[in-house]
Write a protein that binds this ligand. Structure first.
Ligand code: URP
Ligand code: ZN
Ligand code: ZN
Ligand code: ZN
Length: 465
C-alpha cells in the first residue's frame, strides 16, 4: 500500500511534465502517467507542481557564536525548513582550535540525533591540524568514512575560526586525495580586522559599520586566493555565500579556465541591500548584520545573472538566527559584538520562486536545479534531489498561485523578527513528504519530532569526480 500523488506536474531540473508519483515506504516506486490508484492513498496534486524537496546546504543550527548560541536548534530549525519546502539541510560541525574533528563530530551528532525533523548532514569545519599534523590529516579520512564529504575552511574570523594559507593548502591537498569538497568562507579576515580596529578607534560602532568594514575587495581577494591554492592542490572548491560582483568576477575567471570551482549565493544577497536595509540610521539594522554583509543593490543583478547562466550553482541560506531583543542586543554600542547571522531557512524557496521564477529570471526547472538537484549532486547525496524511481521520497507539492505574507508572527523560526517582514510572495509549499511521510500538510508541520535521519554523503569532488 503506497501513496499516489495524482494529477500534478512534475518539475525536474530539465523539464516539466504531467505525471503521477507513486511512493512506497521511504522511496519513489514509479513516476508516470495515469498510474493505477488501486489500494493506494491518493493525494490530489491537481494544479500543483511536484518537485524534489529543497536542500539547504548552508545552515547553522544550535551553533555557539560570539558568546551566544544560534536561536534555532535542530528541531525548530528543521521544522521551519520543512514548512518552507526544504527536506534536507547540511549544517556545520565546528572543530574547536586545540580539539579534534572527532570531538566536533560527536558534539554535532548529539545536537541533531533525536532532534532533527528532516534529513540532515554535516560539513566539517577544520580549524586546526594539531601538533601531529599527520594525525590531523588522517582524521579527515575518518570523517569521509563517516559520510562527511566536505570540509569548511574559514579565511575570516581571525583567532576564532580562520586558518592560514599553509594550513588551508595542506587540507586542500588531503581533500583532493580523498575527493572531498573544500567549502570556503572567502574573506580576507586579516585586512578586515585592521579596518574594523580603525573604525572602532574612530568611534564608528553602529551596525552599519560592520558592513562597511568588509569590502567586496576582501571577498574577491580571498575568492581568488582560495581558488589558486585549490588549483595548486588539485582540489575542488565551493565558495560559500558569494555576495557581490567583484567576487563573482574571480569565480568566472576560474571557471573560464576550466578549474574545479563552484559557488553558492544566499537568498538575502539576492533581495536585500546595503542602501535599503543598512543605511546607517538605526539600531534595527543589527537584524541584518551577517557576514559577508549586505552589498550595494546593483550587485543583485550580477548575482541573478550568474544564477541564470550557471556561474552560481546553488542558492542556500546561511541560516544563522539570533533574536533581536536579547542576542543582537549584545552588540549595542560595538558592532564587533553583534552575533553574525540572519534567519532564512523557512523562506528560501518562497523568495527564490517569487523573485526568480515569477519575475521571469529563472525557469521552474532552473529553480529545481538551484534548490535541490545541484545541491544533491555537488554534495554527494545520491538518493536525493530528483523525482525519479528509486530516489528517497522527499517530495514537495508546490502551489505556484498561493499568496503568502512573510512575518515573524507566523514563522516557525525561533527569531523575534523576519528579514522579510510583511513581504507578499506568490508561490508556497502546500504539502511536503520526507522519505515517504507527509510531514507538512496544508502548510503546517504534522510530523514527529526527531524523525530526521543523518545522511552519509559520498565524496565525489563536488561532482567533478
Ligand atoms: O554571518 C554569518 N554568516 N554567520 C554564520 C557564520 C558564517 O560565516 O557563515
Ligand atoms: Zn561564512
Ligand atoms: Zn583573479
Ligand atoms: Zn555560514
Amino acid at each position: 500500500m503506497g501513496i499516489l500523488i495524482q494529477g500534478g506536474t512534475v518539475v525536474s531540473s530539465e523539464r516539466s511534465y504531467k505525471a503521477d508519483v507513486l511512493i512506497e515506504g521511504e522511496s519513489i516506486l514509479a513516476v508516470g502517467e495515469w498510474l493505477d490508484p488501486g489500494g493506494h492513498t491518493v493525494v490530489d496534486a491537481d494544479g500543483l507542481l511536484v518537485m524534489p524537496g529543497g536542500i539547504d546546504v548552508h545552515t547553522h543550527l544550535d551553533m555557539p557564536f560570539g558568546g551566544t548560541v544560534s536561536a534555532d536548534d535542530y528541531t525548530t530549525g528543521t521544522i521551519a525548513a520543512a514548512v518552507g519546502g526544504t527536506t534536507t539541510v547540511i549544517d556545520f560541525a565546528l572543530q574547536a582550535k586545540g580539539g579534534t574533528m572527532r570531538e566536533a563530530f560527536d558534539v554535532w551528532m548529539a545536537k541533531g540525533v533525536g532532534k532533527a525533523c528532516v534529513d540532515w548532514s554535516l560539513h566539517m569545519a577544520v580549524t586546526d591540524l594539531g601538533a601531529d599534523e599527520a594525525a590531523g590529516l588522517a582524521e579527515m579520512e575518518a570523517m569521509v568514512a563517516e559520510g562527511i564529504a566536505s570540509f569548511k575552511l574559514f579565511m575570516a574570523y581571525p583567532n576564532v575560526l580562520m586558518i592560514d594559507d599553509g594550513l588551508m593548502f595542506k587540507v586542500m591537498q588531503k581533500a583532493a586525495a580523498l575527493k572531498a569538497l573544500c567549502c570556503i568562507h572567502a574573506e580576507n579576515g586579516s585586512a578586515i580586522d585592521v579596518v574594523v580596529a580603525q573604525m572602532i578607534a574612530e568611534g564608528k560602532t553602529e551596525p552599519h559599520y560592520h558592513a562597511l568594514s568588509r569590502s567586496t575587495k576582501a571577498e574577491a581577494e580571498a575568492t581568488h586566493r582560495s581558488i589558486a591554492l585549490a588549483e595548486m592542490a588539485g582540489a575542488s572548491v565551493y565558495i560559500v555565500h558569494l555576495s557581490n560582483e567583484d567576487a563573482l568576477r574571480e569565480l568566472r575567471h576560474a571557471q573560464n579556465r576550466g578549474l574545479k570551482a563552484l559557488a553558492e549565493t544566499c537568498t538575502q544577497y539576492l533581495v536585500l541591500s546595503l542602501e535599503e536595509q543598512m543605511p546607517g540610521k538605526s539600531w534595527e539594522e543589527a537584524k541584518y548584520v551577517f557576514t559577508p554583509p549586505l552589498r550595494e543593490k546593483w550587485n543583485q543583478e550580477a548575482l541573478w545573472g550568474a544564477l541564470e547562466d550557471g556561474a552560481l550553482s546553488v542558492v542556500s541560506t546561511d541560516h544563522c538566527p539570533f533574536r533581536f531583543a536579547d542576542q543582537k542586543e549584545l552588540g549595542r554600542g560595538d558592532f564587533r559584538k553583534i552575533p553574525n547571522g540572519g534567519p532564512g531557512i523557512e523562506n528560501r524557496l518562497q523568495i527564490l520562486w517569487h523573485f526568480g521564477v515569477n519575475s521571469g529570471r529563472l525557469t521552474r526547472e532552473r529553480f529545481v536545479e538551484l534548490s535541490a538537484t545541484a545541491p544533491a549532486r555537488i554534495f554527494g547525496m545520491e538518493k536525493k534531489g530528483a523525482i525519479a524511481e528509486g530516489m528517497d521520497a522527499d517530495v514537495l507539492l508546490w502551489d505556484p498561485h498561493a499568496d503568502y505574507t512573510i512575518s515573524a508572527a507566523t514563522q516557525k523560526m525561533a527569531t523575534d523578527y523576519s528579514m522579510f517582514e510583511g513581504w507578499k510572495v506568490k508561490g508556497n509549499a502546500r504539502h511536503v513528504f520526507s522519505r515517504g511521510e507527509m510531514v507538512v500538510k496544508d502548510g503546517e508541520w504534522v510530523g514527529a519530532v526527531g524523525r530526521g535521519r543523518f545522511v552519509k554523503r559520498v565524496a565525489n569532488a563536488g561532482g567533478f569526480a
